[in-house]
Ligand binder design. Structure first.
Ligand code: NZQ
Ligand code: ZN
Length: 384
């Protein structure tokens, strides 16, 4: 096992009714709160009513309109509003986009320089405290230090990260996810699945606990995901999916093991160029990447076949093929296309994606740093 340092300070309040119970306990009395959210979903599903009630007694200012794939210009407007209202606490109410965007706002508010620096490698030295009410189980942003912000004119999705940006608390009430449309249910399950495989499908690293943990998450997602599509208001199913998604990217799974984030890096370019939902890009790239990298990942792919998909017959190559096919079928069962053609794209897209990868220095991806542009090209061609 590799050396690692693990730190995760986010306090999780999990379960039905936790918004009313915990929000006012967590936000320091006297805070001036900037409440951030996306479009209209929190008004139609009753989440806003619960939040507004819990915030009685605080001064708060609401910032609406953080879009899916949060945009830099929108977030700068939120920073200006927070400054003029003298806000000293941020409460994000939403999915990964609202939480990521709020992390950026928290850092930008305390940053003396040009906010764009924070998206080009400068680390914040301080951040306004932030907490969140999660409404979409997918990204793990609710208890990790990462975020991704889109710069529209530059056609870039820019990641940032700092230990200062862990939410202070995260309220995870599974009933908030009852109102998700099927597309977002599928997206969430697939995003959590791919976060797990990217910390698992590499090469054996003498880390059996992390392997079993990953396999437990994957098997749970495979079992519970389709149930959420069939019975959107099944509390137990939603609770299990929500907890899986949080744990898939809260840092614990990846401790001491090699990681391969190539699917995400290629996927981010597809979102920036063609506005494909984050998880939908992953569903296209992962099966193609596994097929292309089958030799480097052979040991783990065989383990994945046996322990996650119960595939035990046939020779090694047949078992790997079957595991990749099962993964593809699962993504499609969750409603996500697994080919670029499913998003109306053909081979003309490939050079554009490669040019973006090159521009962003994504030329040595994967656990072995072996996914160069030629390899990314082969992956994209397999994904057509
Ligand atoms: O804006 P509203 O009206 O709220 O609608 C949202 C949005 O349109 C809707 N929604 C959210 N909760 C709902 C709901 N609709 C009905 N009922 C509810 N309870 O869902 C739509 C998508 O929301 P979004 O927040 O964009 O989805 P998700 O949570 O999948 O987040 C995706 C973003 O997270 C980033 C992605 O790149 C993307 O920008 N990621 C962040 C990561 C991190 N911080 O660690 C890691 C991930 O790999 C990912 O890159
Ligand atoms: Zn993701």
């Amino acid at each position: 096992m590799r050396n690692f340092s693990f730190y995760n300070p986010t306090r999780i309040h999990f379960g039905e009714g936790q918004i009313g119970k915990q929000l006012a306990r967590e936000i320091p009395p006297g805070s001036r709160v900037l409440v951030t959210h996306g479009g209209g979903s929190i008004f139609s599903n009753g989440i806003w009513d619960q939040v507004e009630q819990a915030l009685a007694g605080y001064h708060f200012s609401r910032f609406a309109g953080i879009e899916a794939n949060p945009q830099y210009d929108t977030l700068l407007r939120a920073v200006a509003q927070a400054r003029s209202e003298q806000c000293d606490f941020i409460l994000a109410v939403g999915g990964g986009s609202v939480i990521d965007g709020s992390k950026f706002i928290a850092a930008a508010l305390a940053y003396p320089g040009e906010p764009f620096d924070l998206l080009s490698g400068s680390k914040p030295k301080a951040a306004v405290p932030m907490g969140c009410v999660l409404t979409l189980a997918a990204t793990g942003s609710e208890s990790n230090p990462h975020g991704v912000v889109t710069h529209v004119e530059r056609q870039e999705k820019l990641p940032f990260s700092s230990p200062l940006l862990y939410p202070r608390f995260a309220i995870l009430d599974p009933t908030t996810t009852y109102s998700l449309p099927p597309r977002q249910i599928g997206n969430g399950v697939v995003d959590a699945f791919v976060h797990t495989t990217e910390q698992y499908l590499t090469y054996p690293a003498e880390a059996p606990l992390q392997d079993r943990y990953a396999e437990g998450l994957l098997r749970t997602l495979i079992k519970e995901g389709p149930k959420a599509l069939a019975n959107p208001q099944d509390y137990a199913v939603r609770a299990n999916l929500m907890w899986c998604a949080t744990q898939a990217l809260n840092g614990l799974l990846g401790c001491g093991v090699p990681q391969d984030w190539a699917t995400h890096m290629i996927g981010h370019e597809l979102t920036a160029l063609y506005h494909i939902d984050h998880a939908q890009t992953l569903a296209v790239v992962l099966p193609a990447l596994l097929a292309e990298r089958r030799e480097a990942k052979r040991g783990k792919l065989l383990q994945f076949a046996e322990r996650v998909w119960d595939i035990r017959t046939g020779d090694e190559d047949a078992r790997i093929d079957a595991a990749i096919a099962a993964t593809r079928a699962f993504f499609e069962q969750m409603g996500l296309p697994t080919r670029l053609s499913g998003h109306g794209l053909d081979a003309d897209a490939v050079p554009q994606v490669l040019a973006q990868l090159e521009r962003h220095g994504m030329t040595a991806l994967g656990e072995q740093r072996e996914i160069d542009l030629a390899c990314s090209e082969r992956i994209l061609l397999r994904a057509l």
